[in-house]
Ligand binder design. Structure first.
Ligand SMILES: Cc1ncc(COP(=O)(O)O)c(C=O)c1O
Length: 447
């Protein structure tokens, strides 16, 4: 099933938490089976689109980069979450990928949402999500946004310093506050603790001030850094949160919720979840609610991108006699590959179409193994004027690629489209072709 973005009008979300679709026996959605179906659907969508475009005659924009988004993958990740972290309610971090269909599906699955701005909060409220399912998880908030959330009844928010407490006391004294604490995020790809988080030296005073101001602290939050790789960071953060909970009780607060933030990735999820689960059970009794703010985990693998080669420059090596190519594609670091700059990613190109053949999910489209000098060498560049706009420094394929050919890149769902710019006049609004490889997700979205 392939649906063009604009054609699908999804209904308001239905809360499916207790639906038969999500009963225990169905939690073990067959990941492998689903993944096989997903490959077929994604391949069909990619194939249909690229095989319909003739770069010799198409209109401007027809050959633009596009995504294929598999909503079934988001659904499978949710089932995996529930299996591994049954105690932890996910509040999806909208900033990671505010794709409306992803938000719609997650709303239907009953998740909450971590929002960082008025626009994100509005997006979630506008599809009918209850304000109690939103946390405004930005420790340093804009005054007018605080007034906005007060008017909308979005009560949960984070803070990490005294100035912010005074702001909240003035603008929204009824807010339900989470004290965000510092973590050791040294093992993560994107460190956040340089900017946010109160150290344990400061938490007791902050709680004292919150009490003095008549505020309502209900919990603690932390983030171990996006793309974290050391599960022990979760253990240490949970231990620190336990200390702050005790400080909170001593100040007379009814501490009821721990927010364990984001930092989860598909590759390491089971290991991270195991450590976190055990730490939570050791330090936090069952009456404490546990929430999290996963972003990347839900969407990274759900989106594949296809880019067209728009220009090629031939390079002859006078010493070896080897011919290599610089190829220029219609997306780059200022576009959906912003993840290379901002998210420390290394997207890997695969050949999608060349010589009138399409190679999705075939070893024939893969790069030749690193270290071997067979095939032809390419560097892959974005379309803007900036020399920094390079996707891949060196990669080899057993194909002679030329203008009009296509690459695809997998795992392009996290921190990509949301941080694209229009630099040099290129679009930041690329099509998403949606597929849905899980019947459970189709039922929720009423497809
Ligand atoms: C406060 C907060 N919560 C959640 C996230 C999502 O993190 P991740 O995508 O690593 O799960 C971020 C990412 O920057 C964040 O800043």
């Amino acid at each position: 099933m392939v649906m063009a973005t604009a054609l699908v009008d999804y209904p308001a979300p239905t809360y499916f938490e207790n639906s038969p679709i999500l009963t225990k026996k169905n939690h073990s959605v067959d990941h492998n089976h689903g993944a096989v179906i997903a490959k077929q659907m994604i391949g069909d969508a990619l194939r249909q689109r690229v095989e319909s475009i003739d770069h010799e005659s198409c209109d401007p924009g027809d050959e633009d980069t596009f995504f294929v988004g598999d909503l079934g993958e988001v659904y499978r990740q949710h089932m995996r979450w529930k299996k591994n972290l049954p105690r932890v309610k996910p509040f999806y971090a909208v900033k990671c990928n505010p794709d409306p269909k992803v938000i719609q599906l997650l709303a239907g699955l009953g998740t909450g949402f971590d929002c960082a701005s008025k626009a994100e909060i509005e997006q979630v409220l506008n599809i009918g999500v209850d304000p109690s399912r939103i946390i405004y998880a930005q420790p340093c908030k804009t005054n007018s946004y605080v007034r906005f959330v007060a008017s909308q009844g979005v009560k949960q928010m984070t803070f990490d310093n005294a100035d912010e407490l005074r702001k909240i006391a003035k603008l929204f004294p009824d807010a339900e506050l989470f004290l965000r604490i510092l973590t050791d995020d040294s093992s993560s790809m994107c460190r956040l603790s340089l900017k946010f988080g109160a150290s344990l030296d400061a938490t007791d005073d902050l709680l004292g001030l919150a009490k003095e101001l008549g505020l309502n602290v209900v919990g603690v939050s932390f983030h171990v850094g996006s793309g974290a790789s050391d599960p022990l960071a979760f253990l240490k953060a949970v231990q620190d949160a336990d200390v702050v909970f005790k400080q909170g009780y001593a100040h007379g607060f009814e501490m009821k919720t721990l927010d364990v933030g984001g930092g989860f990735s598909g590759d390491t999820f089971e290991t991270m979840a195991h450590v976190l689960r055990e730490a939570l059970d050791e330090y936090f009794p069952p009456h404490i609610n546990i929430i999290a703010e996963p972003g990347r985990y839900y969407v990274s693998a759900a989106f594949t991108i296809a880019c067209n080669i728009i220009a090629r420059r031939t390079i002859e090596n006078p010493i070896t006699g080897e011919t290599s190519y610089m190829v220029y594609v219609n997306d780059g670091l200022y576009g959906n590959f912003s993840s290379i700059m901002f998210d420390h990613q290394h997207p890997v190109a695969k050949v999608l179409r060349t010589g009138a053949r399409t190679y999705y999910d075939s070893s024939l489209g893969d790069a030749v193994s690193e270290g071997t000098c067979t095939g032809t060498e390419y560097s892959i560049w974005g379309p803007t004027c900036d020399g920094i706009d390079r996707i891949t420094e060196s990669i080899r394929f057993d194909h002679e690629l030329d203008v009009g050919d296509w690459f695809y890149f997998e795992d392009m769902g996290a921190y990509t489209k949301c941080s694209a710019t229009k630099f040099n006049g290129f679009s930041d609004a690329h099509d998403v072709i949606y597929v849905c490889s899980e019947p459970g997700a189709r039922a929720i979205l009423r497809l």
